[in-house]
Design a protein around this ligand. Structure first.
Ligand code: PRT
Ligand code: ZN
Length: 288
């Protein structure tokens, strides 16, 4: 019987939907997974285990799941024998010090002898040790942001994305300790069998092509033949652009794949060089 690759993802929470979307963008179909702990993909040799994110590093380390998707913060805090394979570009946040709005931290040295509440004691203690700071770290499993107003800590160290939670609690951002995003992890202790390795490589290739596609745009425009050379120079295309004839003999159509960030940057230059009808479209996958 063929063995399936086992992937652990978060059952509920901030990383669940994006993890499922990633699988979908890889062409992997998973049906009726709601409220289940385990499900097999219908068109790929993949079983999915739905777990709490805190448990994923351990399940992966011990080979219960062969790979998993967790935040880098969770992977580092657990400090288990797992290694990152690929950053996945979602679940972005930073682990930061949060301090009362009225306070001022001029340097890391100002943390000396302070009390800091966090759910990430390991990462915070490493940071303090690296900076040779002696501070008292209190571990809280949730609602860390209320610790200063309850008088149980001077500062907090917590994940921040928009910063709204800090503001609501009359706190502000201070030093950044870690930038984090969702990451695909693998055990450092176990090697995959040759058969599972093949499935894993196939999945990784699909993930890479999906991530590349997300960052890219397909652009199309009409260009006067005389300006073609100049316009091709402006387009930071991944591959050489495609030039197609149009029924209007003075014009050609130019198609290209570019990095998404570049689209607005080059738009004005393209127009100034005579391009018209500039369209940009999302791309589902790029196999290079
Ligand atoms: O139930 P389970 O244990 O699986 O989930 P969980 O509640 O422990 O985790 P969950 O779903 O909240 O987060 C999962 C992962 O998402 C985290 O480990 C991070 O890698 C990532 N992530 C990204 C975040 C945030 N952004 C985030 N903003 N995790 C938590 N937060 C919290 C933060 O702790 C704070 O309370 O959101 C609040 C701050 O958000 P802003 O937008 O107000 O700054
Ligand atoms: Zn959790």
């Amino acid at each position: 019987m063929n063995e399936n690759l086992r992937l652990a993802i978060q059952k509920k929470g901030r990383l669940h939907d994006k993890s499922m979307q990633l699988l979908k963008s890889c062409g992997i179909e998973v049906e009726n997974f709601q409220d289940r702990l385990f499900v097999s993909a219908s068109n790929f040799n993949l079983d999915i285990l739905f777990l709490r994110d805190d448990d994923i590093p351990e399940y992966v380390q011990d080979n219960v799941a062969h790979i998993g998707i967790v935040g880098e913060n969770e992977m580092l805090e657990k400090g288990l024998a797992v290694k990152p394979v690929k950053q996945l570009g979602f679940g972005k946040c930073s682990l930061r010090l949060g301090i009362p709005e009225k306070d001022e931290l001029k340097s890391i040295k100002d943390l000396e002898n302070k009390i800091i509440a966090t759910s990430y004691p390991k990462i915070l203690n490493n940071f303090l040790d690296e900076n040779k700071i002696k501070a008292k770290v209190i571990e809280l499993s949730g609602s860390v942001e209320i610790a200063p107003s309850l008088g149980i800590a001077d500062y907090i160290c917590d994940l921040v994305s928009t910063g709204n939670t800090l503001k609501l609690n009359k706190l502000k951002k201070s030093f950044n300790i870690l930038n984090s995003q969702a990451v695909l992890i693998q055990s450092e202790k176990f090697n995959l069998s040759p058969e599972l390795k093949k499935i894993f490589n196939k999945l990784l290739l699909r993930i890479e092509s999906s991530l590349k596609a997300k960052k890219s745009k397909y652009i199309m425009m009409n260009v006067p033949k005389d300006s073609l050379e100049q316009i091709i120079k402006i387009i930071p295309s991944l591959e050489s652009p495609t030039v197609l004839p149009l029924s209007n003999k003075g014009l050609v159509a130019v198609h290209a794949v570019i990095n998404e960030d570049k689209f607005w940057e080059i738009n004005e230059d393209l127009k100034a060089a005579g391009a018209s009808g500039i369209l940009s479209m999302p791309i589902e996958n790029i196999i290079l």
